[in-house]
Ligand binder design. Sequence first.
Ligand code: PEP
Length: 256
Amino acid sequence: MAREKKRAIIAGNWKMNKTPSETTALINELKPLVENADCDVIVCVPFVSISAAVEAVKGSNIKVGAQNCHWEQSGAFTGEISAQMLCETGVEYVIIGHSERRQYFGETNKTVNKRMRAALAADLNVIVCVGETLEQRESGVTEEILSEQVKIAFCGIEPSDFDKITVAYEPVWAIGTGKTATSEQANAACAHIRDCIVELYNLRLANDIRIQYGGSMNAANAQQLLDEPDINGGLIGGAALKAADFAKIVEVASAN
Ligand code: PEP
């Protein structure tokens, strides 16, 4: 399929980094560097730093995201945060199904689906993460794994919700490891995810949805990855913690 260029979406996943005061400082450093961005710029911060982030981004083009949400609105779920609670804080985006949640906190394809549905019902924009482990890649089941993750994540999701959904293809072996998928590997996986959407929905929705690459994307490799036709942005971990590095990726995405 020939792809038309879409407005890129660059999101920083700060993971468990930056206290509220550090959040204010990093956003204040970032704001002037990305003020002319011609792409969507999002910072996904720890829960406790959300109010600092929302305050700091006021009047700028940066949007704030969270890194998870629960599927119930309220109740006996100690330590969890609901999508409704996030909305009230001013958060506009939420990452769902990050591989670190799958790996360390028992997240499954089914709970990813439940969280995604709750977030969409609360009118949040969702960045839903999928990706294979090294073992799965080496045993040749990458496409099968991605198909299953996409199929279950999107179960019950209406076409009318698609404008609020971004998929992040994040090969687990490339996250925080300094190993980046080659642009060909990343593009092939993103193209496969698009094919899954064609099968589950239709060609128009598959063409329109934005798919990010995530996994050690940085200022040096962003251009090559973002040049690929099926890659419409990046989910950035480590490099999002340095304003200049993140801004460079935003600059590349804006020029694309
Ligand atoms: C991530 O946390 O989603 C990620 C891609 O991390 P990193 O860029 O550090 O590999």
